[in-house]
Design a protein around this ligand. Structure first.
Ligand code: FAD
Length: 298
């Protein structure tokens, strides 16, 4: 019964009023204001979880707005430093200027790396759809001399990623995820088994190159296989971390990983553009109907 209910909810959820979706969005989004997100980061840090903050939004069309968003991130770096929080920043290139022009994006990235450096922090460039892969990687490489302050994301569903890892310098810093965009089958693996197989191949390759890897997945089986690789290669636990999205229930996995002394980082998104992100997360939740029913009767 829950299977049919889940399907029904997934189909109807985009038709629901925003205030209704907000009830469920609260699970996946750390508020609208920076102060709300910082409060969540403080709580997560108190539970020994590292964080990365992301202002929700993409495809900014104006130069002024792109600069304004970058300035907001600079301010967040300052606040994270002042509050001594264990939290870095993740940013989407299209949020800070790639749709305007490369110069705007490049200026903003440089500004953010400087802010990261000043505050002894770190900037991760999120990976968007395949139209932006070359640009994102090239901007990462261009700024790599400040390597302790910048990292990139690579997606296991893209066939090109193996080559991309080969071309990265040793001691680069990547987040490895499956990938969330709908890519063409000519450039991507579509079958979940193939994606997981490639994920493990890429993890092997990256670790062999002494690349720091943020293993970003909620897939229990995949996490187990990653642990086997880390163990068999005798990888120093300081060279990897596990990353998960805020709100996805992973408590027992987190506990297990922590007991093995792995670092866990929670991706904490927030901001006024919460709606689209929440819809995506809600649709991915296999227990959506149980969750909705529980919330309705709370
Ligand atoms: C920290 C982090 C950063 C990311 N950054 C990027 C990025 O920059 N670019 C990009 O393309 N993608 C990014 N992603 C998304 C990623 O590519 C996947 O699309 C997403 O994580 C789902 O894949 P999965 O590896 O968790 O495995 P899946 O096989 O999709 O999920 C595994 C299991 O996780 C559980 N689960 C998943 N989602 C939910 C949910 N919403 N609620 C409850 N349970 C759930 C389910 O039990 C599911 O069976 C990121 C993911 C993480 C964790």
């Amino acid at each position: 019964m829950f299977f049919i209910l889940n399907k029904l909810i997934i189909l109807t959820i985009p038709l629901l009023p925003k205030f209704f979706v907000k009830i469920f969005a609260n699970k996946y989004v750390a508020g609208i204001k920076t102060s709300e997100a910082i409060d969540i980061v403080k709580k997560l840090n108190q539970n020994n979880l590292s964080c990365t903050l992301d202002i929700l939004g993409e495809h900014t069309k104006s130069k002024n707005e792109s600069y304004a968003i970058a300035n907001k991130y600079v301010d967040i770096f300052k606040q994270l430093g002042q509050n001594k929080l264990d939290c870095n920043i993740s940013v989407k290139p299209s949020h800070i200027g790639s749709d305007v022009n490369i110069k705007v994006l490049s200026n903003n990235i440089k500004k953010l790396i400087d802010a990261a450096k000043k505050n002894n922090n770190f900037l991760r460039i999120d990976m968007e759809d395949s139209n932006l892969t070359d640009l994102s990687i090239s901007i990462y490489r261009e700024n790599f001399e400040k390597k302790s302050h910048i990292g990139i994301v690579l997606q296991a569903y893209l066939k090109r990623t193996e080559k991309d890892i080969e071309n990265l310098d040793s001691f680069s810093n990547i987040r490895l995820c499956k990938g969330i965009y709908n890519e063409d089958k000519s450039i991507s693996f579509k079958n979940p088994i193939d994606i997981n197989k490639n994920y493990l191949k890429l993890l092997n390759k990256a670790l062999e190159k002494n690349i720091y890897v943020g293993i970003a997945t909620h897939d229990q089986k995949l996490i187990k296989s990653c642990l086997k690789i880390i163990e068999s290669k005798k990888i120093n636990k300081k060279n990897v971390e596990f990353q998960m999205l805020y709100g996805v229930p992973m408590d027992s996995t987190i506990k297990k990983l922590m007991s093995q002394n792995f670092k866990i980082r929670i991706y904490v998104p927030y901001g006024k553009n919460w709606y689209e992100y929440s819809i995506r997360r809600i649709k991915e939740n296999p227990n959506i109907s149980k969750y909705i029913i529980k919330n309705l009767f709370k």
